[in-house]
Design a binder for this molecule. Structure first.
Ligand SMILES: [Zn+2]
Length: 49
């Protein structure tokens, strides 16, 4: 079962990305480095609800 999640920039709190994940395999909150166009650099993006 896959779930759509939203990724939020931890610096500016912009919601830049959505992705899907396997809920069973990934119990923990995702944190991925992505390019934030607001910060204009790569920042850690965290899963939000
Ligand atoms: Zn940002």
């Amino acid at each position: 079962m896959r779930e759509t999640i939203t990724l939020e920039c931890t610096v500016c709190k912009n919601r830049n990305y959505t992705t899907t994940r396997n809920k069973k395999k990934h119990q923990d909150r995702l944190e991925i480095k992505k390019f934030c166009k607001t910060c204009r650099k790569h920042t850690p993006h965290k899963e939000i609800k």
